[in-house]
Design a protein around this ligand. Structure first.
Ligand SMILES: [Zn+2]
Length: 277
């Protein structure tokens, strides 16, 4: 036994060094423990099979401090660990799935002008998970889905796999109701405020949409006629809760500029590299 104990202590510093060296890497998904993580895993595998998940990139160094701060505040409100993955898609976007995984499209990091806008988007996505909006979205269209699932299962894939494909589609086409979006904005602003990020970041992002090329607007946040309402809902929430929000400056000039190298190298996750079962 003493030998074992010695070798364990010898390895401890090495492990610390290794984890520091792996700082710019994607997290490992949670093992499946229930329906939510099963669905989350199925989406993860689907994205991995499409070679969209970025396994390693210096971009993670920019994302991680913000994701960690948000997780510290939000984690007590959801039973599975939040994990943030970078994915590569043409349009700036972010989406969250049941089970705690949050996907951030790399081009969103190029689109946002400041840390508060990025934090606001991540707080919003985490809130969809806390509210279980993804699960509700799938249940809403259960009848159609049941037919699709029944037909597809005959062809071989698992039920979770089929639902995952449907969910990815929905998450990419403004599947949530405006009410669900506004609620995610409000909860997200509470989380961002708790994490120390100015919750005006999201209204600033909506305002920037007005001037942006439509193809560059993050899809989940581009519900245009409703953006004004969403800003008003947030402003009212800020006014109604001055003890939380009055300390934050509404002027975008007070924002913390955010920029990442445009030519950051990325290595994509492939089935054989990690979590590939
Ligand atoms: Zn949303």
């Amino acid at each position: 036994m003493p030998t074992l104990r010695v070798s364990r202590f010898c390895f401890a510093p090495l492990l610390v060094m290794l984890s520091a060296a792996c700082f710019a890497q994607a997290p490992v998904p949670e093992p499946v423990t229930d329906q939510e993580t099963e669905l989350g895993q199925a989406v993860y595998k689907q994205l991995r099979d499409k070679v969209e998940i970025i396994d390693s990139s210096p971009l993670y160094d920019s994302l991680k401090p913000i994701a960690d701060a948000i997780t510290r505040v939000a984690q007590s409100r959801y039973p599975h660990p939040f994990k943030f993955f970078l994915v590569h898609e043409a349009q700036p976007n972010a989406f969250a799935t049941p089970g705690g995984n949050v996907y951030v499209v790399d081009s969103l990091l190029y689109f946002v002008k400041n840390t508060e806008q990025l934090a606001g988007t991540l707080c919003h996505e985490v809130s969809h998970t806390i509210h279980r909006d993804g699960i509700a979205l799938m249940e809403k269209e259960k009848k159609i889905e049941e037919r699709e699932v029944a037909a597809a299962i005959l062809l071989g894939p698992t039920r979770a796999h089929i639902i995952a494909i449907a969910l990815i589609g929905k998450l990419h086409q403004l599947g949530y109701s405006r009410d669900a979006e506004s609620k995610a904005d409000v909860t997200g602003s509470d989380i961002c405020a708790g994490a120390g990020y100015n919750p005006w970041g999201l209204p600033w992002l909506f305002q920037d949409f007005q001037n942006a090329d439509i193809s560059q607007i993050p899809q989940l946040l581009s519900d245009h006629p409703a953006n004004g309402t969403r800003i008003q809902t947030l402003e009212k929430h800020f006014q109604d809760n001055p003890s939380t929000f009055s300390k934050f400056d509404h002027d975008p000039k007070s924002a913390t500029p955010f920029s990442v190298s445009k030519d950051a190298p990325v290595i994509f996750l492939r089935a054989e590299t990690k979590g590939g079962k």
